[in-house]
Each structure stands twice: as C-alpha cells, then as structure tokens.
Design a binder for this molecule. Structure first.
Ligand code: NDP
Length: 323
C-alpha cells in the first residue's frame, strides 16, 4: 500500500471467492470473530460446485458430492458469523489503505483492512468462433450442469486430464456414446482415472486430434465436430450432439494486473504459500489462496489448506496493525 487514507473501513477482512479456499478462510476468520464478508463472485461455490463425487477429501470414506461439500462449508462459515454476499467485483484498488473494492455503478464501495483473494480459476475454452456461438446450445464446460441434456445422444469430451476423464465417466450416465478427444497421445490424467475411462465400454478415445470447428452454428444446435489428426493431417467429421470441454482452467486474477505480481499464465505469485507481492515487495494485509495462486497441486484439500493459512495471516496482520 502506498498511501494511508482517513476512510474508516467497513470491514476487517473481505474474502473474494466462495470456493473451497474462500470458505475455509471464512470459517477460520469467522471463528476469530473477524466477521468476514465473502463476495461469492460469478461462480459461487467454485469448481467443487460443478463437480460430482469427490473421493479424495479426507474424512469422507465413501466420497462426498462437491456441491454438498461446498454447502456444508457455507453453513459452517455462516454459523460463526461470516456474511456471504452475491456480488461481482468490478475493480480493486490496492494503492491505498484501507483497500477499496468497487462493486459497480450504484453500489457503495467496500473499504477493508485486509483482503483474502480466493477467486480461483475458470474453465478454459478452445476459443473457436463456432464453439463460442454454440455455448448453451450443445457446447458446455460443465458436465454436471448440462449432462442431463445429453441424454440418449452421442457426445464428445475434449481434454486429456482428470477433468476430461471425470466428465466422460459422468456423462456415460446420460449419453449413449462418449468420444474423448485429446490433442496429443499423452494424458495428464491420473492413472486411476484414465484406467477407469479406458475400461468403460461406452467411451472411445481419439488421440492426436484437434477440433477445428463445431458444426451447427446456423441451426443453433451442435450437429458435429470437424476434426483434424495432428499426425496425418487427415480431416474428418464426427457426428455428435454435444461437446463438453475439460481442458483446464484460467486463473481469475485479471483485476490484479499491475497491482500484484503474476506468472506468465496469470496466476498470482506467492511466497510462503499465501503472500503475494508487487514488484517483489509484500502487499500488507493482502493474501492469496487456492487455485488463483496454485498451479501445481490444485486440489480441494490444498485449496482449503491455503485458505486456512490466509485467514491465520489476516488475524496476525490485524493484531499487528490494529482494528
Ligand atoms: P489439466 O491441466 O490437468 O489438463 C488439461 C487437459 O486439457 C490436458 O490434456 C491439455 O492438453 C488439454 N488442453 C489444454 N488446452 C487445450 C486446448 N486449447 N485444446 C485442446 N486440449 C487442451 O486440467 P484438469 O482440469 O484436467 O485438472 C486440473 C487439476 O485438477 C489436476 O491437478 C487434476 O488432477 C485435478 N482434478 C482432480 C479431479 C478428481 O480427483 N476427481 C477431477 C478433476 C480435476 P496438453 O496435455 O496437451 O496440454
């Protein structure tokens, strides 16, 4: 922070994002009596809210549905006094303290002593014009949300990581046939997920293949995919009625460009897990946790872990600087 203003802050801490990291930070901050405000953002609940069974979150031997896990965390946070607000942050000013959060025209700005950035990452798209034109008309990045609409249809899933495997397996509940299209012959997916998908009789794999166009723009409904084999150059049409993307995520850190140090892909750089910097210098009272700063582990449990750390650092910061 370069300047200290005389504005009286409305909050001790504001948490940006309501996924696993943000809600864990909210639970800890609320239990420390900091009455955190959680801005839920444009994807409330984060990635867990659009996933299905989470089998690796400790304490759930039979697994737990992602949306249920998030709902439980929300209840846990609000029980201790966290306030959840559906709001979309337009801009943040980290140049003055208390920090200013701008929620858009007609809405009062929020002044806060500290900020926990837990705004996560959003689904990546292929960015083909035909794909963009057909989002919501047979193109989706959320199998859990839209899987039902694929009932009785032949569909495609794009990607070679765990998300793509999970989506493909989930979608076999609805679709008659799932073609999984990976741009190389190497898979980022964990062995167990890949083996499950390979073993499924209704999933077939197309490797070294890219989507060049989604067919059906005129009809406003996916009719198929124009594919190219990257090794042979051969082009083919695949008749499918739905395309689901499972090709990773982009960090939601745009509003911190020029205010915090980011890596080339836009993830917030941190040291000590949760301390972001600006031009290499710590930004007091600002902490980042979860997928916005973690491109290596990206797990629900690691997001929760850094959310906890961020809240503990908020407590220490407020003790030091006063409330
Ligand atoms: P990953 O980054 O692991 O995989 C992304 C996949 O999409 C890769 O195969 C990548 O190909 C491909 N891809 C990226 N961009 C494009 C593009 N423009 N066109 C075509 N293909 C593209 O992301 P995930 O979302 O799968 O996983 C992220 C993390 O979340 C991982 O740590 C994963 O383990 C975890 N996860 C765990 C789950 C679980 O345990 N149930 C479920 C889902 C995710 P390439 O390899 O060529 O770059």
């Amino acid at each position: 922070m370069s300047d200290i203003t005389t504005v009286i802050p409305t909050h001790d801490t504001v948490i940006l994002g309501s996924g696993c990291a943000g809600l864990t930070a909210a639970i800890y901050a609320a239990r420390a009596n900091l009455k955190p405000l959680v801005l839920e953002g444009h994807e409330p609940g984060g990635q867990l809210s659009i996933t299905t069974l989470v089998e690796n979150f400790p304490g759930w031997p039979q697994g737990v549905q992602g949306p249920d896990l998030i709902e439980n965390m929300k209840q846990q946070a609000t029980r201790f006094g966290a306030e959840l607000k559906m709001a979309h942050l337009v801009s943040v000013d980290l140049s003055k303290h208390p920090y200013v959060l701008n929620l858009g025209a007609g809405k009062d700005p929020i002044h806060t002593r500290s900020i926990v950035i837990a705004s996560g990452a959003s689904a990546r798209w292929l960015n083909l014009p035909s794909e963009q034109a057909l989002i919501g008309h047979g193109v989706s990045s959320c199998a859990t949300c839209d899987g039902f609409f694929a009932s009785g249809k032949e569909i495609a899933v794009i990607g070679g990581g765990d998300s793509a495997m999970e989506e493909a397996l989930f979608l076999t509940r609805f679709a008659t046939k799932v073609t999984l299209i990976n741009r190389t012959e190497n898979f980022r997916a964990s062995r167990i997920m890949l083996e499950r998908a390979v073993a499924h009789p209704n999933i077939r794999f197309l490797s070294n293949t890219v989507v060049e166009e989604v067919l059906g723009v005129e009809e406003k409904d996916v009719r198929g995919l124009k594919l190219r084999n990257t090794k042979s150059g051969e082009q083919t049409d695949l008749p499918v009625s739905f395309m689901f993307l499972g090709i990773g995520h982009i960090p939601n850190a745009k509003m911190f460009y020029g205010q915090l140090d980011l890596d080339p892909d836009g993830y917030i750089l941190t040291h000590g897990n949760v301390f972001p910097t600006h031009n290499g210098v710590d930004v007091p009272g600002v902490f980042a946790c979860g997928d916005i700063q973690d491109r290596r582990y990206r797990q629900a449990i690691t997001a929760a872990g850094t959310g906890c750390m961020a809240a503990l650092e908020v407590e220490k910061f407020l003790e030091e600087y006063g409330r």
